[in-house]
Design a protein around this ligand. Structure first.
Ligand code: ZN
Length: 454
């Protein structure tokens, strides 16, 4: 018999479905790894396990659309913390090049656990760093995330254009186009699961216009056509990138992507900060995805993305914490708050509501990853990816007139529970597998060694 778990007695349930349905005193029934029922009155429902949520808010799990999990090893690095993107990269490449598969595996488990504790039940990882003696970084990344138990979309990233060829990264971290494409194909064949409710899907992700050859972008798009993998890259992050593209290619970043055949609905771009009106029209017409990363954009002083203007266009907008070298935290619910606040700095107090920011973190992210039929909302037939926040805390005293907005406005930072694909990952605010915490001292030691080696 499939196990049935009943969630009931929650202060509020935010389904994040198309109609924005919110339930007071309703229930959600999970059978196995799916949501079997959602309703108002739980009295007649039989279940093996009953989860009572007094003073708690239940939501669909968040979808983190941009990250570099290895960067939890490079947080808060003196010398990088006050630099803008190109200087920041030049400084960190020298430290990143020491990354190996053992450190990657540890970083992936630790970073995914931090995501789970802050509400993400699905994450991407733009994994683009393959140092010469590093071993199989992407396989280690996947093993690390599997241990944490998160739904995972690792991207086979790549860098092929080193300093000597006019790019930004040093030779030690770039690979040839042939190596990259062969390994990309190998990783898709080995790991990519196209089935509904898959826990693991691979995407293809040349790092950025200033670290790969144009040809690799074109070939990656062809491989995506052939395999069904999604496409991802960094785009239009800073004014410096815009100047670089104009100098090197004679066109701005979005025009370059159009030229390379990347303006398509199975591609999603991190950042999209430096856009003109024509760019927005093109991105919207192509129905591309966007990973909006407000904390990273603020840390690097990159600017404020035009999210409030783009939210009603064809662009699918999700949120991303980005790597911990440019955010210093991988906290998903804090990112929701940052997204809301940063838009208000540029566009005023009505630019983005708490619910709109939560929508981006849930259905928005699911749409970016083409998984809107499986995750991103609490609806019958969807995957059992559920989170709850406990409002029985001093931080929420007086905020219960609108408990759903409260988790954003009053700065929730940790979930009370997280279920992924029907499996418990967090209960009572703690990881179910607490042995993961034993990795933290090892992670710290690896981090010290890598930073010190630069
Ligand atoms: Zn990034």
């Amino acid at each position: 018999m499939t196990k049935r778990t009943l969630f009931t007695g929650f202060e509020r349930i935010a389904t994040m479905d198309a109609g924005g349905r919110e339930l007071t005193g309703g229930y959600v029934l999970v059978e196995g790894n799916r949501i079997a029922d959602v309703g108002e009155d739980a009295r007649v429902i039989a279940a093996d396990d009953v989860v009572r949520g007094a003073g708690r808010v239940l939501l669909p799990g968040f979808v983190n659309t941009h990250h570099h999990l290895y960067q939890s090893l490079f947080r808060n690095v003196p010398g990088a913390s006050e630099a803008k993107l190109f200087d920041w990269l030049a400084f960190l490449y020298e430290r990143w090049k020491g990354l190996g598969e053992d450190a990657m595996r540890v970083a992936s488990t630790v970073a995914c656990s931090e995501l789970l504790l802050s509400g993400a039940t699905t994450t991407t990882d733009h994994c683009y760093l393959y140092p010469k003696d590093g071993g199989n970084i992407l396989a280690a990344d996947i093993e690390g995330a599997e241990r944490a138990g998160i739904r995972f979309h690792p991207c086979r990233g790549s860098m092929s254009l080193s300093k000597k060829d006019g790019g930004l990264p040093p030779d030690a971290v770039v690979q040839t186009e042939q190596e990259i494409l062969a390994d990309s194909r190998r990783m898709i064949e080995r790991y990519h699961d196209p089935e509904p409710f898959a826990m693991l899907r691979i995407a293809l992700a040349p790092c950025s216009p200033f670290s790969v050859n144009a040809d690799l972008m074109r070939e990656s798009a062809k491989l995506a056509d052939e395999t069904g993998a999604l496409l991802h890259t960094h785009l239009a992050e800073t004014r410096d990138e815009e100047a670089y593209c104009l100098r090197r290619f004679g066109m701005r970043p979005v025009d370059l992507m159009e030229e390379l055949g990347w303006l398509r609905d199975d591609a999603w771009f991190a950042h999209l900060v430096v856009l003109n009106d024509a760019d927005v029209v093109k991105l919207s017409a192509a129905r591309v995805g966007m990973a909006h990363c407000p904390s990273s954009n603020m840390t690097l002083g990159s600017g404020i993305a035009r999210v409030a203007e783009m939210k009603d266009t064809g662009v699918k907008i999700g949120l991303g914490v980005d790597g911990s070298a440019s955010n210093d935290t991988s906290n998903m619910i804090r990112e929701v708050r940052q997204a809301m606040l940063l838009q208000r700095v540029r566009y005023g107090a009505d630019a983005l509501s708490a619910r709109e920011a939560l929508k981006m973190a849930t259905m928005g992210g699911a749409q970016v990853l083409h998984r809107e039929g499986e995750i991103g909302s609490i609806e019958v037939g969807k995957g059992a990816d559920l989170i709850a926040f406990d409002l029985n805390d001093v931080a929420f005293a007086g905020a219960h007139a609108d408990p759903i907005a409260a988790i954003v406005h009053c700065a929730a930072d940790r979930v009370d529970l997280a279920m992924v694909n029907g499996e418990w990952r967090v209960r009572d605010g703690r990881l179910v597998d607490e042995s993961i915490l034993d990795l933290v001292p090892l992670h710290n030691r690896l981090s010290r060694e890598l930073i010190g080696a630069g």
